[in-house]
Design a protein around this ligand. Structure first.
Ligand SMILES: [Zn+2]
Length: 316
């Protein structure tokens, strides 16, 4: 590398600006792949060939990977990289477009698939008025009598807590105050005493956690906002059930600020498609595909708000 030649491939840089002092500025490709540097001036390359990102000095290596001129690289290899890079950008554009489409379609979807709490209650196969706060009814309607199911506090995992794994029939005989407050949407292998993924026997459910108002993306604070969150999440739930043919298993109000919707595990390809628009739908994507993750049971007092969690809809 000579002192005056560029070390970066100008053809692959965007928004290149030449400055009188000999330096150039351009969009930092590392910032850009994280969705930053819209203006396109984070990357500085000096006349000496030295370059850096003014927003994040740690970007140097990534910049080099993305747009560096590497003499030691076989041209075929470089072409392959370029193709992969193009493909990556195409996928990213696709993802953003899908998200935007989902977001703009959301208000009409919510209007069209409206599902009021009263209708939800009337539609529930299990009489929820009577069982809204009964964790054992919730458990036995979702699992089979011999399934091994975990229930307890989040920290109750490990050898000292092996009694938090019980069969569904054993949970049915457990006094309500000794159940919960959490459960996992999964069954566990015999002898399990740790809530690790490899100990899971089956993951029959997916739990969607609606913790922000889908159309605004904000967590609800006032009673009106909580109502709105419930209203919008229920509409999305009905849409998933009736339009996308997902099989609904349970709906639970957590007693604080979110609604949990239990569906039978949808086919993998559906899941993949939904994961893409998950954020736009107001669903916390971190819970998707994590059957070892604890989720709230009905009849539990929320530690922060004092609200009681309750079942809104439950399969028989
Ligand atoms: Zn950068």
């Amino acid at each position: 590398m000579t002192g005056t030649s560029s070390t970066l491939d100008r053809d692959r840089l965007e928004k290149v600006k030449h400055h009188p002092c000999g330096k150039i500025t351009a969009r930092c490709p590392a910032c850009h792949e994280e969705g930053h540097d819209r203006t396109g001036n984070h990357l500085v390359e000096f006349a000496s060939g030295k370059f850096s990102c003014i927003a994040d000095p740690a970007h140097t290596n990534r910049i080099w990977e993305l747009v560096g001129i590497r003499d030691d690289v076989d041209p075929r290899e470089r072409r392959r990289w370029n193709r992969e890079e193009k493909e990556r950008r195409r996928r990213e554009r696709d993802r953003v477009r899908k998200m935007e489409r989902a977001k703009s379609a959301l208000p009409s979807l919510i209007e069209k698939w409206k599902w009021s709490p009263d209708e939800v209650r009337d539609d529930s196969p299990t009489q929820v008025d009577e069982y809204a706060h009964k964790p054992s009814v919730f458990i036995s309607s979702l699992f089979s009598p011999f399934d091994l199911v975990w229930s307890g506090e989040v920290f109750q995992s490990g050898e000292a807590h092996s009694d938090r794994w019980r069969t569904v029939s054993a949970w049915s005989e457990t006094p309500a105050e000794k159940i919960g407050p959490m459960i996992t949407p999964s069954t566990w292998k015999g002898g399990t005493f740790s809530r690790r993924r490899e100990n899971i026997m089956e993951a029959p459910f997916i739990v969607l956690d609606f913790d922000s108002i889908p159309t605004t993306g904000r967590a609800p604070e006032t009673p009106e906002e909580k109502k709105r969150l419930a209203c919008e999440s229920l509409a999305i739930t009905r849409w998933l059930r009736e339009k996308c043919d997902w099989s609904l298993s349970a709906i639970l109000w957590t007693g604080s600020k979110s609604l949990h919707v239990w569906f039978e595990m949808p086919p993998e390809d559906h899941l993949e498609a939904l994961r893409e628009s998950m954020t736009a739908l107001g669903v916390d994507p971190s819970l998707i595909g994590r059957p070892e993750h604890p989720s709230r049971l009905p009849g539990m007092t929320h530690e922060k708000t004092g609200g009681l969690s309750r079942t809104l809809w439950l399969q028989r």
